[in-house]
Ligand binder design. Structure first.
Ligand SMILES: [Zn+2]
Length: 400
């Protein structure tokens, strides 16, 4: 926030939205603004429909005197669209501004068909989902998209993604905004694109571990990727490469060819795809990580043994990750996230990492499951659009 006595309408909205100050008196106290100035700034937020008076009735004022009315972020004035692309499957949904999923759809969408076809189809899904949720296209304030590749967050484009042939440097934001307009007739809305593991980590951290200041999620499906949330924000590195642990070379992988074209990557020996290939070699049909997931769910002993071995390989790499970042939570998500894999991770992790760096570490499996990426994508859009500096711009654009 800007200096004392200089808080903007956006700063006030953030204080209310995060629950740090929810009455006029508390806002005066926190910001140092006069009662009249707080009133003027709140008035703009009320007129925009972004703020409402709480249903709970008056509470005691921190400044004494008359009890004051509580203020709330009005989450009914807009909705968010989100989608999470995997290599052969996608999920999409309509979310409320507070992250509640209002309508959801999952289905086949093959990333190798290329961005034009895939994003066009997503536009159609979004139009149907809005109808199902009973919301008008004009209520959509933004779209969040999770993709299985490294993303340059400045441009929203993927950078040499091994699992997304034909998508390198493609204008994903522009195409998805256009697809939304084509299928709904509404004007384009802001589109944010991020890596799937990043958004899963963000979704899980915000909803389940908001006080954890260093949070790591590892997604093990067709590939392997990690998302890191530090101090409540996604840590992306300088150009979106942070957490791309699937292509770290491991000794066991020397003979294994990775989708990136190199030999020896962690993903080539320990991903869902790698476990599927091991199963095929032993005569068990499995085409992908999701087939391995089904086998694990049915208690297949061969799948469990390979998953545990994959967990050991990943655990060895995670010992370094944990030593570097000292996270409070290390969450395992994706097709292989289950008891066998987790057992393997723990075996190597505790053997290789310093006891000091794992003393307070919780190693957990995903809580939101297949919805983690959607929830994270929705939250990213809301945090972006309601950030104090953007609130000011948007209020001016609305003529307020
Ligand atoms: Zn690789």
């Amino acid at each position: 926030m800007t200096g004392r006595g200089q808080a903007s309408a956006g700063d006030l909205l953030e204080l209310v939205r995060t629950g740090r100050a929810t009455t006029r008196g508390a806002l005066q106290q926190v910001t140092g603004l006069s009662r009249a100035t707080v009133g003027q700034r709140l008035d703009r937020l009320f007129r925009a429909g972004w703020l409402r008076e709480g249903a709970g009735g008056p509470v005691d004022s921190p400044l004494g005197g008359r009890p004051s009315i509580t203020l709330e972020f009005d989450d009914a004035h807009a909705v968010v669209l989100a989608a999470d692309l995997d290599t052969r499957h996608a999920r999409a949904c309509v979310l409320s501004l507070t992250g509640e999923i209002l309508a959801e759809h999952g289905g086949t969408l093959v990333i190798e068909d290329g961005p034009d076809a895939v994003l066009g189809e997503l536009g159609r899904w979004f139009a149907e989902l809005l109808e199902k949720a009973g919301h008008r296209p004009s209520e959509v304030c933004g779209i969040g998209l999770a993709v299985p590749g490294p993303v340059d967050s400045e441009t929203g484009r993927v950078v040499q993604p091994p699992m997304m042939p034909g998508w390198d440097a493609y204008d994903i934001r522009g195409r998805l905004a256009r697809a939304f307009t084509e299928h709904t007739g509404a004007p384009g809305v802001p589109v944010l694109v991020d890596n799937d593991a990043n958004l899963m980590a963000y979704g899980e951290q915000r909803t389940g571990h908001p006080d954890c200041s260093a949070f790591v999620l590892v997604k093990v499906s067709t590939g392997i990727g990690a998302g890191v949330v530090v101090g409540g924000s996604i840590f992306r590195g300088i150009d979106g490469g942070a957490g791309d642990i699937g292509h770290i070379r491991v000794p066991a992988g020397a003979q294994a060819l990775c989708r990136c074209g190199s030999y020896g990557c962690l993903a080539a020996v320990a991903s869902g795809g790698a476990v599927a290939r091991r199963l095929v070699e032993t005569g068990v049909p499995a085409a992908s990580g999701s087939d391995v997931r089904d086998l694990l769910a049915s208690g297949h002993p061969g799948a469990a043994a390979f998953a545990r071995e994959a967990g050991r390989q990943v655990g060895d790499v995670l010992a370094t990750v944990v030593t570097l970042l000292n996270p409070g939570v290390l969450m395992i998500a994706g097709d292989l996230a289950g008891t066998s894999f987790l057992t393997g991770v723990r075996e190597l992790l505790y053997q290789r990492a310093l006891p000091r760096s794992t003393a307070h570490l919780h190693v957990l499996t995903s809580r939101l499951g297949e919805r983690a990426g959607l929830v994270g994508a929705g939250a990213l859009v809301v945090e972006h659009l309601y950030a104090p500096e953007r609130v000011e711009e948007r209020l001016l654009a609305l003529g307020m």
